[in-house]
Write a protein that binds this ligand. Structure first.
Ligand code: ADP
Length: 358
């Protein structure tokens, strides 16, 4: 598909270039021909004045001035310009212009093919990414759906299915439905935050209120695992999109809790540095291997499946959503982690939002 699109785009480039080139060649051709005619006419005039001068002096003009030609001038025959020379010159000019145009056609064909490839490359990459995303999402959707289908089929075939067994089955199905909802919520968030939307409202928000709201969402999980979340920051206000900043804190806090063994502590700090606020979220959890750190912000990536997947639910979408939110705020994120010791995420967000125009 991309090959034919590349060829079509090259053909369009070529068509445009050739229309321009042929148009200018015609202008050049006409210009040159009329200049040539003018030059030859001037020469004829000069010849005539030579003849006149010779007539006045009673001399015979040099014979190259009147040897071949139909224009009658006094006693002598004055040649107009040499039509053979003129026709030859016309043909040669036309031929030169044809060569130039063929050269332009060849060079712009190659350059056009190269440029068409470069123009289409980002689109091709985006489509590949999109395809991979759809494949990954479908794969993740299939797992709970298949589990539900199997359970329902087994239940329907069971002749001894009583109310109690049916309740168990529904309970299990509900868990799968919860998983599906989690996945669809994450997918929706991802698409929302990845949209280049400059209508998003930015307002002054305090870190304290954002933290409080975010912590409200993860409190139950923290309590269940007896994990304490300490925060250490003063009165910091920044210009941000409130809802997305809360979501960002939820993602990092939830991960810190999810990937920590019971009874550990999560520390949150924030400090002002120049015109930025630097926030750290540090946990004493299972950590991430250095080789896996470059991939954790990729969609659907879950580090070391055997450890993290068994420990915590999730689809590997949280950090990609977080990255999109950080990008919306023109921020940066860094990760430092040591397996079995813990992980520290460091975010740097500008205090003032720079409005972008797309
Ligand atoms: P999810 O948590 O749903 O798997 P994320 O995108 O939030 O997806 O995280 C991607 C992966 O990065 C996780 O699967 C986990 O392996 C790793 N990870 C993220 N945060 C932490 C953390 N605080 N401690 C250890 N590993 C983490």
């Amino acid at each position: 598909m991309f090959r034919s699109a590349r060829i079509k785009l090259t053909a369009w480039y070529l068509l445009i270039i050739m229309v321009i080139s042929v148009f200018f060649s015609l202008l050049v051709y006409r210009g040159l021909i009329s200049e040539l005619q003018r030059g030859l006419r001037v020469q004829v005039m000069r010849n005539m004045s030579h003849i006149e001068r010779s007539e006045r002096a009673g001399e015979v003009p040099p014979h190259e001035f009147f040897q071949r030609s139909p224009i009658q001038r006094g006693l002598w025959v004055v040649p107009p310009f040499d039509s053979q020379v003129f026709e030859d010159a016309k043909r040669r000019i036309a031929l030169h212009l044809v060569y130039v145009n063929l050269g332009i056609l060849g060079i712009s064909g190659l350059a056009g093919y190269f440029l068409a490839g470069r123009t289409l490359r980002p689109i091709e990459m985006m489509l590949d990414e999109q395809r991979r995303f759809v494949a990954d999402a479908s794969h993740e959707l299939r797992t709970p759906l298949t589990a539900m289908k199997t359970e329902i089929e087994v239940g329907l075939r069971d002749k001894n299915l009583n109310a109690e067994l049916a309740k168990e089955l529904l309970q299990s199905n509900l868990e799968e439905v919860d998983e599906l909802k989690l996945l669809s919520d994450d997918l929706l968030s991802l698409s929302t935050y990845q949209k280049e939307n400059n209508n998003r409202e930015f307002e002054n928000v305090t870190l304290e209120e954002v933290f409080d709201e975010a912590y409200g969402t993860v409190r139950a999980l923290a309590q269940e695992k007896h994990i304490e979340v300490h925060r250490e920051f003063g009165d910091i206000t920044l210009e941000a999109n409130r809802q997305s900043l809360i979501k960002l804190f939820v993602i990092f806090l939830e991960n810190a809790i999810k990937y920590s063994p019971e009874g550990r502590t999560v520390n949150l700090t924030a400090a002002l540095k120049k015109n930025r606020v630097v926030i750290t979220i540090q946990d004493q959890g299972i950590g991430i291997r250095a080789s896996e750190i470059p991939y954790i912000f990729n969609r659907f990536y879950r580090a070391d499946a055997s450890r993290s997947k068994n420990q915590a639910p999730g689809y590997g979408l949280g950090l990609s959503i977080a990255k999109s939110i950080i990008d919306i705020h023109d921020g940066k994120v860094d990760v430092a982690s040591e397996p079995d010791k813990g992980t520290t995420f460091t975010l740097a967000l500008p205090l003032k939002h720079q409005k972008k125009f797309y």
